[in-house]
Design a protein around this ligand. Structure first.
Ligand SMILES: *[C@@H]1O[C@H](CO)[C@@H](O)[C@H](O)[C@H]1NC(C)=O
Ligand SMILES: *[C@@H]1O[C@H](CO)[C@@H](O)[C@H](O)[C@H]1NC(C)=O
Ligand SMILES: *[C@@H]1O[C@H](CO)[C@@H](O)[C@H](O)[C@H]1NC(C)=O
Ligand SMILES: *[C@@H]1O[C@H](CO)[C@@H](O)[C@H](O)[C@H]1NC(C)=O
Ligand SMILES: *[C@@H]1O[C@H](CO)[C@@H](O)[C@H](O)[C@H]1NC(C)=O
Ligand SMILES: *[C@@H]1O[C@H](CO)[C@@H](O)[C@H](O)[C@H]1NC(C)=O
Ligand SMILES: *[C@@H]1O[C@H](CO)[C@@H](O)[C@H](O)[C@H]1NC(C)=O
Ligand SMILES: *[C@@H]1O[C@H](CO)[C@@H](O)[C@H](O)[C@H]1NC(C)=O
Length: 482
C-alpha cells in the first residue's frame, strides 16, 4: 500500500528572479505526487539538472504549489494542486531518487496583499491584480478560503464556497440532494440549483421557505438578499446556505432591493411609495405624490446606490428614473420624463428594475411596457440607448415579453434580463441585435431544474460565474452556472 508521507526533511529557499521567493519543504527520497483526480497531469514537465533548479522553475510560476523531481531521469513536474486536492505517495523502488517539494503557503503571505490595491501584488507569486476590482485576488483555479488562495476542488470533494470547485472542468459546488451537503459536482447545462426556497418548488415560510421571491441582491461576500414579494419578508442567506435570516418584515409587497458597501439594505415598498432602510429602520424622507415632481416619488420600483451615496430610483407610474444626492429633497432626471409615458429614446413606459455599473458610468433600466432595456450614461444627456429588446412584445431572440429584472457584467457589459412572461433569462452582449437564452425555455413555464415560472430579478455573483434568478411562481431562487 502507498503511504502518505509523514516526514518533511530539509527546507531551503531561493532568491526571487521573477516574483517573490517561495519556501519549499522536501520529502525524503522515494516519493511522488498524484492529484485526487487521476485525469489531471502536471501543468508543466521539464528536464532539470537538480531539485534546486526544479524549485526555481516552480517559483517562476504563480500556479505552482507542488513539484516533484526524479534525480535519475531529471524529470521535473510542476503541479497546481496541494495536499487538499492531491496526495504524496511512497513509490520506493520504482523511483528511489524522486522527491516532492511542497511550497509553504501560510496566511501571513496573504495578509499584506489580499484585497489590497494592485501595487501590493505587482511582483507577487501568490495573487494577481483583478482588473475590474483593481485589488489583489486569487489567481485562476484557486479560491479564497478565508486564509489563503487554495486550489479549487475536484469531483465529490466537499466544498463550502461558491467558487471552490474547478469551474474550468465544469464543476460546481452544490447541494445535489437538497440535504445541505455541498460537494463539487458536474454542472448540467442550463440546469438550476435551488439556493433559496424549497427545492420542491412549493410555497413555504420559515427560514427555508419563500412565498414569492422578486427582488434580489448579491453582495461582494456572496450574501444573497431576497425580497419575498407576497409576504413583505426580506431574507438574507449567507454564502451556500439555504437557511435565511429575516432582516426586515414590511406589511406590504416588495420590489427591488439594494445593499450598499456599508451594508445598508434599501428595500422598495412599491404600494406604500416608500424606501425602507435596514438596519436603521428608517424610510427615505421623499414625499409621495402623483403626478410626480422632482421632489416626490409615487410608485418606486428599482433602486441602486452609488459609492458616493447617490440614490437612483425608477418610478413605475411616473415613467422616469431620478437621482437623489445624499439627504437631497429634490432629484435630477437620469432617464425618461416625469409623468410622460412613451417609447422614443427620451421616454420610458413603466420602468421596473434597474442596474448600476459605476465602472462604465452606466445605468440600465428595464422599460417594462416597451419590452426593452434602456441604457443611460450617468451625467449624460438623458437619451436612452436600447441594449435589449425594443422589437415589440414577442418570443423571438430579439424580443422580450414584459421584462422585469436586469443585471450587468462589469467585465464585458453584457446584460442579463429576467424575461418574465417568456419564462426565460436572456443574455444580450454589448451591441448585440439579439440575445441568447441563459435559463428557462421560451414560453414554457415549469418547475423542473431546466424551467422557470415568471422570473423576476436577476443578479450576478461577484466572480460573474453564476447568475441568481428569482423564480417567482416556483417560490424559489435558482442559481445557474454561466
Ligand atoms: C462521486 O460519488 C458518486 C456517489 O457516491 C459516485 O457514484 C461517483 O463514482 C463518484 N465520482 C468520482 C469521480 O469519484
Ligand atoms: C461528469 O462529467 C465528466 C466529464 O464530462 C464525465 O466523464 C462524468 O461521467 C460525469 N459524471 C457524472 C456523475 O455525470
Ligand atoms: C447548453 O445547451 C444549449 C442548448 O441546448 C446550447 O446551445 C449550448 O451551447 C450548451 N452550452 C454548453 C456549455 O454546453
Ligand atoms: C416540499 O418540501 C418542504 C421542505 O422540505 C416540505 O416541508 C414539503 O412537505 C414538501 N412538499 C411536497 C408537496 O412535497
Ligand atoms: C457579508 O456582507 C454583508 C453586507 O455587507 C454583511 O452584513 C455580512 O456580515 C457579511 N458576511 C460575512 C460572512 O462577512
Ligand atoms: C431595527 O429593528 C430591529 C427589529 O425590530 C431591531 O432589532 C434593531 O435594533 C433596530 N435598529 C435600529 C438602528 O433601531
Ligand atoms: C445626511 O444626514 C445625516 C443625518 O442627519 C448626516 O449624518 C449626514 O452627514 C448627511 N449627509 C450629507 C452628505 O449631508
Ligand atoms: C460597441 O459599439 C461601440 C460604438 O460603436 C464601440 O465603441 C464598441 O467597441 C462596441 N463594443 C463591442 C463589444 O462590440
Amino acid at each position: 500500500m502507498l503511504a502518505v508521507i509523514l516526514f518533511l526533511l530539509s527546507s531551503f529557499c531561493i532568491d526571487h528572479t521573477y516574483q517573490d521567493r517561495s519556501i519549499a519543504q522536501l520529502t525524503d527520497f522515494g516519493y511522488v505526487f498524484s492529484p485526487l483526480d487521476n485525469t489531471i497531469t502536471p501543468f508543466l514537465q521539464l528536464t532539470q539538472k537538480s531539485i534546486l533548479r526544479c524549485h526555481t522553475e516552480c517559483n517562476k510560476r504563480i500556479s505552482c504549489r507542488i513539484f516533484d523531481f526524479d534525480q535519475d531521469t531529471g524529470n521535473c513536474q510542476l503541479w497546481s494542486d496541494d495536499l487538499t486536492t492531491g496526495m504524496i505517495s511512497f513509490v520506493g523502488s520504482l523511483k528511489p531518487r524522486s522527491k516532492v517539494g511542497i511550497i509553504q503557503i501560510t496566511s501571513d503571505i496573504y495578509r499584506s496583499i489580499h484585497d489590497k490595491s494592485c501595487d501590493k501584488c505587482l511582483y507577487s507569486r501568490y495573487e494577481q491584480c483583478d482588473p475590474i476590482l483593481m485589488t489583489c485576488q486569487c489567481p485562476s483555479k484557486t479560491f479564497w478560503n478565508g486564509n489563503i488562495c487554495a486550489p479549487q476542488r475536484y469531483t465529490n470533494q466537499s466544498c463550502t464556497t461558491i467558487d471552490s470547485c474547478r469551474g474550468d472542468l465544469r464543476l460546481e459546488c452544490k447541494d445535489v440532494d437538497c440535504n445541505s451537503i455541498q460537494k463539487c459536482s458536474n454542472q448540467t447545462n442550463g440546469s438550476g440549483v435551488t439556493v433559496a426556497g424549497f427545492c420542491n418548488a412549493t410555497v413555504g415560510s420559515g427560514p427555508e421557505g419563500l412565498s414569492g421571491p422578486w427582488g434580489l441582491y448579491v453582495t461582494s461576500n456572496n450574501t444573497l438578499y431576497v425580497n419575498d414579494y407576497d409576504t413583505g419578508r426580506v431574507q438574507a442567506y449567507s454564502s451556500m446556505s439555504r437557511s435565511g435570516i429575516t432582516i426586515a418584515k414590511l406589511s406590504t409587497v416588495l420590489d427591488d432591493i439594494f445593499v450598499d458597501t456599508r451594508g445598508y439594505v434599501y428595500i422598495i415598498a412599491v404600494n406604500m411609495g416608500t424606501i425602507f432602510i435596514s438596519p436603521q429602520n428608517i424610510t427615505l424622507p421623499i414625499s409621495i405624490t402623483y403626478p410626480c415632481t422632482l421632489s416626490s416619488i409615487y410608485k418606486p420600483y428599482g433602486i441602486a446606490v452609488d459609492k458616493d451615496g447617490n440614490i437612483y430610483i425608477s418610478d413605475y407610474m411616473c415613467h422616469a428614473v431620478t437621482k437623489w444626492a445624499p439627504n437631497a429633497t429634490t432629484s435630477i432626471i437620469v432617464g425618461g420624463q416625469l409623468n410622460v409615458a412613451g417609447s422614443n429614446s427620451q421616454l420610458l413606459n413603466g420602468p421596473k428594475f434597474i442596474a448600476l455599473d459605476e465602472i462604465h458610468s452606466t445605468l440600465y433600466v428595464v422599460d417594462y411596457n416597451n419590452h426593452r432595456v434602456q441604457k443611460f450614461i450617468l451625467g449624460g444627456n438623458g437619451i436612452g440607448i436600447t441594449v435589449a429588446g425594443g422589437n415589440g412584445l414577442g418570443t423571438g431572440l430579439n424580443q422580450l415579453n414584459y421584462p422585469a429584472g436586469v443585471c450587468a457584467s462589469l467585465k464585458d457589459q453584457s446584460i442579463y434580463i429576467g424575461d418574465q412572461n417568456n419564462h426565460r433569462v436572456m443574455k444580450w452582449k454589448m451591441n448585440a441585435t439579439q440575445g441568447s437564452i441563459i435559463a428557462g425555455s421560451t414560453g414554457v413555464s415549469g418547475s423542473t431544474a431546466l424551467l422557470l415560472n415568471t422570473p423576476g430579478d436577476v443578479a450576478l455573483d461577484p466572480s460573474e460565474a453564476f447568475i441568481y434568478v428569482a423564480d417567482y411562481a416556483n417560490h424559489r431562487v435558482q442559481r445557474f452556472l454561466l
